[in-house]
Ligand binder design. Structure first.
Ligand code: ZN
Length: 170
């Protein structure tokens, strides 16, 4: 496998929909390890396949003190139930140096497959529920500024452009 790199907005791959993983093989296992290492060196808490240019339905989540002792790898995740609503600060490794206040659901229950192909279930709340929603959005080509109110989104993108010194045509 080619060396993977973190993709930054407005890389087109971030707007694509990732496809279901049919074969959970050694390639997926090594992809998950590489994603975890990219995420950790970028000091992130979650990463999706799209963000390293791999359009496969995989997300990795780093350890969270008192919530998650081991990193999590979710293959083909599907949200089954969501409840409540809360606004919190959120950032994204594909949007360095900016953050926004995003409304998300408070609790999430999701099905996924682990690296052995077993069907698993996760019940999450708070920060973990937020990460799952954020990363699952990535698999569908949705980015967190999309979830901001109009003016907050404009402001964030303007700020991002300024900091990254790039031109985005919209
Ligand atoms: Zn992100």
């Amino acid at each position: 496998m080619e060396k993977l790199k973190l993709r930054y907005y407005p890389d087109a791959v971030l707007r694509k929909k990732a496809v279901e993983i049919k074969n959970i093989d050694d390639e997926i296992k090594s992809l998950s390890r590489e994603m975890l290492s990219i995420m950790q060196s970028a000091k992130g808490v979650g990463l999706s396949g799209n963000q390293v240019g791999e359009l496969q339905r995989i997300i990795v989540i780093g350890t969270i003190p008192e919530i998650l002792d081991e990193p999590l790898v979710l293959l083909n995740p599907e949200i089954k139930k969501m409840e409540g609503s809360i606004v919190e600060d959120e950032g994204c490794l594909s949007f360095p140096d900016v953050s926004g206040r995003v409304r998300r659901r408070l609790t999430v229950s999701a099905n996924f497959q682990n690296l052995s192909g077993e069907k698993m279930q996760i019940e999450a709340k708070g920060i973990l529920a937020r990460i799952i929603q954020h990363e699952m959005d990535h698999l569908n080509g949705i980015l967190y500024p999309d979830r901001l109110p109009f003016f907050a989104r404009k402001k964030l993108l303007r700020n991002y452009r300024k900091k990254r010194k790039i031109v985005i045509s919209h």
